[in-house]
Design a protein around this ligand. Structure first.
Ligand code: TYD
Length: 218
């Protein structure tokens, strides 16, 4: 059972991922929790290269950025995701391919390039369920700002947090488009509601999938 969770920055993804993983652990399910970029030791190097501004001021061009995200994904699939799925574990991943389609797509990478890399790297593997937390970026970016202020900006800032609101609006549109195109795989969950309500909405989509796959969930 392969579950991914997606959404724009500040959508409450980390909180919900934590709550879902704690619930799955309490139920005693064999669970692997991971994230992209940076789900492996080498991937964490790529994560740093991708997300931290470089001292020289140099920045990745869209194609390089795309290839690095897929290099991270290939390694993650090879070292973590495929072995865990082969061992019949529940694999819960914070961001996966839909993030590339949403973010790199919004940066101008054509769908045809994304399709080619997906064929190469995913080799037909798709999540059984993808939860997309949907929220207006105007609201979610404010949350990110508050978080940055409370954490101290030197730790919390990433290059992506600085991108314009217009970019995040495009990212959200792409997530919505993905949800429309894959209604069987994707659960679109409004993320502005109180945390418990969002958690319940996610569980309402996850539990039947787990039951269907033969896992015991109450
Ligand atoms: P992360 O710190 O994980 O942010 P969040 O808490 O919002 O998940 O940062 C991941 C960033 O990388 C986020 O801005 C989205 C971006 N990203 C892509 O652009 N493409 C991808 O394929 C992935 C996996 C992430």
């Amino acid at each position: 059972m392969f579950i991914t969770i997606e959404g724009v920055e500040g959508s409450g993804k980390s909180t919900q991922l934590l709550r879902l993983s704690e619930r799955l652990r309490r139920l005693g399910l064999p669970l692997v929790v991971s994230k992209e970029p940076g789900g492996t030791p080498l991937g964490r190097e790529l994560r740093r290269l991708l997300l931290e501004p470089h001292a020289s001021g140099d920045a990745w061009c869209p194609d390089s950025e795309l290839l690095l995200f897929y290099a991270d994904r290939a390694q993650h699939l090879y070292a973590v995701i495929r072995p865990a799925l082969a061992a019949k574990q529940v694999v819960l991943v914070d961001r996966f391919e839909d993030s590339s389609r949403a973010y790199q797509g919004a940066s101008g990478v054509p769908d045809a390039s994304l399709d080619r890399l997906s064929d190469l790297v995913l080799k037909g593997l798709r999540p059984d369920l993808t939860v997309i937390l949907d929220v207006d970026p105007e609201v979610s970016l404010q949350r990110v700002e508050v978080r940055n202020l409370s954490l101290g900006t030197e730790f919390a800032e990433t290059r992506f947090d600085h991108a314009a609101l217009a970019f995040h609006r495009q990212v959200r549109e792409r997530f919505l488009q993905i949800a429309r195109s894959h209604p069987d795989r994707v659960a679109l969950v409004p993320a502005r509601d109180p945390v418990e309500q969002v958690e319940a909405a996610i569980w309402a989509r996850v539990a039947p999938k787990l039951r269907h796959a033969g896992f015991e969930v109450s």
